[in-house]
Design a protein around this ligand. Structure first.
Ligand code: GRF
Length: 217
């Protein structure tokens, strides 16, 4: 079976990218990364891609007069690489509505909270301030509104009384690294059906006893 061709957009560390690279290294995994694109030349994740022999590109947003012209340059790189789905992995740029509409329902993002709670860049601080006892991560289809769109996979972790933003971020990151490869797998295996603002997901039988939603069907 042909593997789903992914383009991964990053701005920094790239630990979710690494989780996707590791998943794609499995021969039975139904997706492959054909391009890693960063908006900053010093994004650490570019190194992980190069080490894995994956094509990389840098498109610097400062070189463009506005968001849409930047996004058109990113789009051109993705098309040149034959990308079918776009994965945002710590990509710190808001997408233009032109880009979101052009890649309609073929962009996913990972966010470090149980959406729709705690949208935005300071999700960990918001969770601590709210005093919630569980937080987690969400992989969702990208729509024009930030951190909104049909939810594919979520996982919960406890928020402990002495947590700092860093300790909570580290705990959530461990489940992010499980959820992102799972979400890509679900898409590649045709297990996701978008229904307006929600997604219907048929979980494979081997994903059962973890606190990952949706539950095994
Ligand atoms: C992750 O916490 C992700 O949820 C958020 O940005 C962070 C990126 O981390 N969108 P990394 O670059 O994948 O290590």
């Amino acid at each position: 079976m042909a593997r789903l061709k992914l383009g991964v957009l990053i701005s920094g560390r790239g630990s979710n990218l690494q989780a996707l690279i590791a998943a794609c290294a499995e021969t039975t995994y139904p997706a492959e990364i054909v391009l890693v694109l960063a908006n900053k030349p010093d994004a650490m994740g570019l190194e992980h891609a190069r080490e894995a022999g994956i094509a990389t590109a840098v498109v610097e947003h400062g070189d463009f007069p506005d968001r849409e012209s930047f996004d058109k340059a990113v789009h051109a790189q993705l098309k040149d690489a034959d990308v079918e789905w776009v994965c945002l992995a710590g990509y710190m740029r808001l997408l233009s509505s032109w880009f979101v509409e052009t890649w309609n329902d073929r962009i996913i993002n990972i966010h470090p909270s149980l959406l729709p709670a705690f949208k935005g860049i300071d999700a960990h601080a918001q969770a601590i301030a709210a005093g919630v006892k569980l937080s987690g991560c969400t992989v969702h289809i990208v729509r024009t509104e930030m951190d909104a769109g049909p939810i594919l996979v979520q996982a919960a972790v406890p928020l402990l009384p002495d947590d700092t933003e860093d300790s909570l971020a580290a705990r959530i990151l461990t489940v992010e690294h499980q959820c992102y490869p799972l979400a890509v797998r679900l898409i590649a295996e045709g297990r996701v059906q978008i229904d307006g603002d929600t997604a219907i997901v048929v979980m494979p039988p081997d994903i059962g006893d973890q606190i990952i939603s949706p539950p095994q069907s």
